[in-house]
Design a binder for this molecule. Structure first.
Ligand SMILES: NC(=O)c1ccc[n+]([C@@H]2O[C@H](COP(=O)([O-])OP(=O)(O)OC[C@H]3O[C@@H](n4cnc5c(N)ncnc54)[C@H](O)[C@@H]3O)[C@@H](O)[C@H]2O)c1
Length: 210
């Protein structure tokens, strides 16, 4: 857990949208932004895999707004983007096995939903979009340490959906003069959850699904 801020600018006059803000990473971002007095934090989430519980402490705050909506619906994205300065896009269907079982669902949310978010951000003149890509983009590349422009072939529909995000992110940045930044997360684990749920003596066992 952080004890000092990671940012250096004043965010008390900035409005943030966190898509997927009721999920694991999104709700931690929300907590951080509110802790450091963001002017407003908006969450757009359809609770497909996230939990209202994760954002419950913030519902009462005047500078917090929860929009229960779907990134697959352009209008939901447009409504959520009104007045937004910065957008963190975390909404997605995670899990490689899920994507193998249902590639259409993964594509709809992760690829089509992503374009909706980009279009809404473009139209609302959002200053910067920072989105969750994934280490799965490296695919079968054996290169170590990982280097951004040395990727292999993606190994799952989930990985392809994240690669698609990177291609669209770059095209939107160039074509519409937007700031779009993708972060290739590796496996992000909740420290408390590991201790409670998957600690087995001295051995931590977890399944890589991203
Ligand atoms: N956790 C990791 O280790 C990891 C690793 C690599 C990449 N990522 C990526 O980071 C992002 C966040 O991951 P997470 O671990 O917090 O996942 P999560 O499942 O906890 O959060 C995703 C959130 O998106 C929401 N969501 C799903 N479909 C939606 C839709 N159609 N409309 C609106 N909201 C929707 C879910 O309800 C959930 O709250 C995802 O894009 C994921 O692919 C995560």
């Amino acid at each position: 857990m952080y004890t000092s801020p990671f940012h250096t600018v004043d965010i008390s006059n900035k409005t943030f949208l966190v898509t997927g803000g009721a999920g694991f990473i999104g709700s931690n971002l929300v907590e951080y932004l509110l802790k450091y007095n963001a002017k407003k934090v908006i969450v757009l989430d359809n609770l497909a895999t996230g939990f209202e519980e994760n954002i419950k402490p913030y519902i009462v705050l005047p500078n917090f707004e929860f929009i229960k909506g779907d990134i697959c619906v352009l209008d939901d994205c447009a409504k959520a983007c009104v007045g937004v300065d910065y957008l963190f896009h975390e909404a997605a269907l995670g899990s490689v096995p899920r994507s193998i079982q249902n590639p259409i669902a993964t594509h709809n949310v992760n690829a089509t939903g992503f374009i909706n978010v980009l279009i809404a951000a473009r139209d609302a003149k959002v200053k910067r979009v920072v989105y969750a890509s994934s280490s799965s983009v490296y695919g079968d590349s054996k290169v170590l340490p990982k280097v951004e422009n040395q990727i292999g072939k993606q190994l799952s529909p989930y990985a392809v959906s994240k690669m698609t995000n990177e291609l669209y992110g770059e095209i939107f940045a160039k074509t519409y003069n937007m700031e779009v930044i993708g972060l290739r997360y590796f496996n992000i684990l909740d420290h408390d959850k590991i201790l409670k749920e998957v600690c087995c003596g001295n051995t931590i066992i977890y399944k890589c699904s991203y």
